[in-house]
Write a protein that binds this ligand. Structure first.
Ligand SMILES: Nc1ncnc2c1ncn2[C@@H]1O[C@H](COP(=O)(O)OP(=O)(O)OP(=O)(O)O)[C@@H](O)[C@H]1O
Length: 362
């Protein structure tokens, strides 16, 4: 089986009258890697569970290819949807060997013995665990158990693979390796994958499409690079990116941006008299000495691909966190004062009322 396209239309799920998923519309082609991204409680897992058939939508519909699998009066049984789900926990059958575990879903599906043997060998090989076939779960490391669990999930050849934060209990190094491994499996199976995470680095490195959710709704949907380059709201700008962009509340006075009484630069857009949220990417700011007109208290410096991310808190009325990218490591200790130089214009302006884009030509 190969992947199927996925379409969600006005998808909604209420729990006791409160919307966990509040009208989601999106469509991805077969073979996509869709990441559902967003802060805790935004509705990611509920959406995934509706795709799996573990929750029934309160409203709207779900289609896999031409097939409607959930909607008004329709609810295709979870086992008939052609989905495979990868969880954080492995839940292997302890009394069955690796081979037995992987073969189990094929037995349930009443596949002939010869086909089962061929398919088990194929997926053990794909996961590179062929030599573990006779072992029992208690004789495997955590990483090996996860591979067996994934082999078992893909054995029946699902057209949609669902992942619920599968990397969240791995250490940093293993996360990076496993990310690459999951992508390889996604490609090898040809399935359409839907992956839940609150980690935007994971989203950026794996997704063909990202849906950033907030309060049960889609804040922005598109390829990951588009959310970074063209954030549709201040929420997106402060969620995406390593580090995320700085967004400051400014007043526009005589075409100048005034932050906490400090003039920080020009605003060419005709917004005089308005309060707006001005975005300055960390790479647009520069570090200066403590004699600069705006200074910050140094918190930490972290290396990033040969450069350094300096974070601190502006020494202004509002305690605004600020990130600046520099080429050289700063000679600063926590608590030291450093100057922040703003570019001539902000990178983007958002509405102070609803966070939507007011101007990109600032
Ligand atoms: N079975 C349930 N009964 C009542 N409320 C629920 C139920 N499941 C989820 N919710 C609520 O729905 C909202 C969305 O939950 P969901 O688990 O989908 O969020 P999430 O984005 O996956 O969060 P996290 O990243 O913390 O797992 C939350 O407010 C949650 O408390």
């Amino acid at each position: 089986m190969s992947g199927s396209s996925i379409a969600l239309k006005a998808l909604r799920k209420d729990f006791r009258g409160t919307a966990a998923v509040d009208g989601i519309d999106l469509e991805v082609p077969a073979g996509s890697f869709l990441v559902l991204l967003g802060p805790s409680g935004c509705g990611k897992t509920t959406t995934l569970r509706m795709l799996a058939g573990l929750e029934h939508p309160t409203g709207g519909e779900i289609r896999f290819g031409e097939r409607q699998i959930a909607g008004p009066g329709i609810s295709v049984n979870a086992a008939q949807r052609g989905v495979g789900m990868v969880f954080q926990s492995y839940a292997l059958w302890p009394h069955m060997s690796v081979q037995g575990n992987v073969e189990w879903p094929l037995k349930i599906a009443r596949r002939p013995a010869a086909e089962r043997r061929r398919r088990v060998a194929e997926v053990l090989d794909l996961l590179d665990i062929g030599e573990l076939a006779k072992r029992y779960p208690a004789e495997l490391s955590g990483g090996q158990q996860q591979r067996v669990a994934i082999a078992r999930t893909i054995a029946p050849d699902p057209s949609v693979l669902l992942f619920d934060e599968p990397l969240s209990n791995l250490d940093a190094k293993l996360r990076v390796d496993t990310r690459a491994e999951l992508l390889r499996i996604h490609r090898a199976t040809g399935a359409t994958s839907v992956y839940v995470t609150h980690d935007q680095v994971e989203a950026m490195s794996m997704a063909t499409h990202v849906a950033l959710l907030r309060g049960g709704r889609i804040e922005q949907f598109g390829p990951p690079a588009e959310l970074l380059a063209d954030p549709a709201s201040d929420f997106v700008a402060t969620f995406m990116g390593t580090p995320a962009a700085n967004v400051l509340n400014v007043e526009v006075k005589a075409r100048r941006a005034v932050f906490d009484g400090h003039d920080i630069g020009r605003i060419d857009a005709a917004l005089d008299g308005r309060r707006v949220r001005a975005m300055y990417r960390a790479e647009s700011l520069r570090l200066a000495g403590p004699e600069a007109s705006i200074t910050a208290t140094f918190a930490e410096s972290a290396p990033l691909a040969g450069r350094f991310v300096i974070t601190g808190t502006l020494r202004t009325r509002s305690t605004q966190r600020i990130s600046v990218i520099t080429d050289a490591p700063p000679a600063l200790s926590p608590g030291d004062e450093f100057g922040v130089l703003f570019p001539e214009r902000p990178d983007r302006l958002f509405s102070a009322e609803d966070g939507t884009v007011v101007s990109t030509a600032c």
